[in-house]
Unconditional design. Structure first.
Length: 193
């Protein structure tokens, strides 16, 4: 009898697999090879039977655990903690009246613990004195380039002409350029945007 989470299983066969991923590329002679090997998570396979009068409910619960990615524990001949179900397959035949044959694949999930501890609201925490180490140094502000657009006035051009060409209101053109409507100088540089 074995248990996966809170579900009892009759397991006949258990297997485990441990792998690493190694580089396919050349490694410089004398260089540490450990930088070119990545540990893969351990995987487990179990096969046997799920037997009970409500075996369909147990099967549905296992599928739900798999789909939610629920971290659980397997206890049988071997013990696998912090595992998720990655695959479930079942066989139904006439020799088993109150259950089904089942194969399940499990993968160990690496769970890390944080170094940070949440302070309780009652305790008074002491902080390290603030230092300038690691702070950004002030950067000298460079003058921003103006996004203003200018137009050189030609003979016969008026604020109305500039309004039609650039879409800036006549009132705004007057406030930027300070020329009377009848005395816009030819060759003058008028701000239009």
């Amino acid at each position: 009898m074995a248990k996966l989470g809170n579900i009892s299983l009759h397991i006949e066969k258990e297997g485990e697999s441990h792998k690493v991923e190694a580089t396919m590329y050349a490694v410089e002679k004398g260089e540490s090879f450990t930088d070119h090997v990545a540990k893969r998570p351990s995987e487990f396979s179990i096969s046997g039977y799920i037997l009970s009068d409500s075996w369909e409910n147990s099967m549905a619960q296992l599928k739900s655990m798999m789909e939610k990615g629920e971290i659980t524990k397997y206890v049988g001949k071997m013990i696998a903690q912090d595992v998720i179900i990655t695959d479930i397959s079942g066989d139904h035949d006439s020799t088993v009246a109150n259950g089904a044959a089942i194969k399940i694949s499990l993968r160990r999930i690496r769970i890390t613990k944080t170094a940070w501890v949440k302070a309780s609201p009652k305790s008074k925490t002491t902080r390290k004195p603030v230092s300038n180490t690691g702070k950004k140094k002030p950067v000298a502000k460079t003058p921003r380039k103006s996004s203003a657009v200018y137009h050189v006035i030609r003979k016969g051009q008026t604020y109305w002409y500039l309004f039609k060409k650039y879409g800036t209101s006549i009132q705004q053109l007057r406030s930027w350029n300070k020329w009377p409507d009848t005395k816009i100088p030819i060759g003058g540089k008028a701000r239009v945007k």
